[in-house]
Design a protein around this ligand. Structure first.
Ligand code: PGA
Length: 250
């Protein structure tokens, strides 16, 4: 069965204690459903706490928000894929717009991170999305395709297992959301891109992100090409996140 993914990106919020309390409240409020998974991307210092709390749950996954591609060494402040794995994570965000636009991460760096994660058997969640000026210039699809280019040359089966999060930069944390139709148009172009590289387009997961909240999530996930959501601000409250993750699908 195709499962929807409801993914929480906590960004620089919730340390180990905050994460522990969050998970206790969330688990009280959320009843597992067979048609979906809930993924958490806590801060690096909180991933192990969350992974331990969730270890008996097959419908929930824990990931990190960023990794470095080297295995170990003198890289102050960085986190290797094997360290993340040891802490119990199975996935990582790669190329989030804040990595790209606040920290200047390039497609080349994003590509090395994807490779390091795949080599270790972890799932990269590749984030793509255009800036406002790019959308206004009609460049949305070409920007997204350029960002997808880091996956070029991968075996189609591996490709099909890499979730994409389409997050228009102008919609992240701004309260502005792409309309479900806007999201669906870009998602469809992403799916076509995967199909052109031999990947099973029915298996590819394409999430939407950018100011997703209780009020708009239903319309977004009801679009056939939207396989889930990546949520920042609205994932920080356990009751609200349980409501979002329980959204009924038409
Ligand atoms: P937002 O963030 O839901 O707060 O807009 C989404 C994201 O950056 O993943």
């Amino acid at each position: 069965m195709t499962r929807l993914i409801f993914a929480a990106n906590w960004k620089m919020h919730l340390g180990p204690e905050g994460a522990r309390k969050f998970m206790e409240e969330f688990m009280e409020a959320y009843r597992p459903q067979s048609d979906r998974e809930v993924w958490f991307f806590p801060s690096a210092v909180a991933v192990e706490t969350v992974a331990i709390q969730l270890r008996d749950r097959s419908d929930v996954r824990v990931g990190v928000q960023n990794v470095f591609w080297e295995q170990k060494g003198a890289f102050t402040g960085e986190l290797s894929v094997s360290m993340a794995k040891e802490a119990g994570v199975t996935a990582a965000l790669v190329g989030h717009s804040e990595r790209r636009h606040v920290f200047g991460e390039t497609d080349e760096e994003t590509s090395r991170k994807v490779t390091a994660l795949l080599e270790a058997g972890l799932t990269p969640v590749l984030c793509v999305g255009e800036k406002l000026e790019e959308r206004e210039a009609g460049e949305t699809i070409s920007v997204v395709k350029r960002q997808l280019g880091v996956l070029e040359g991968l075996d189609p089966e591996i490709l099909a297992g890499i979730p994409i999060a389409y997050e228009p930069v102008w919609a992240i944390g701004t309260g502005r959301t792409a309309t479900p139709a806007d999201a669906a148009e870009v998602h469809s172009a992403i799916r076509t891109w995967f199909g052109g590289r031999g990947a099973d387009t029915g298996s590819v997961k394409i999430l939407y992100g950018g100011s997703v909240k209780v009020e708009n999530v239903h319309a977004l996930v009801s679009e056939p090409d939207v396989d889930g959501v990546l949520v920042g601000g609205a994932s920080l409250d356990p009751a609200q996140w349980a409501t979002i993750a329980s959204t009924s699908i038409d």
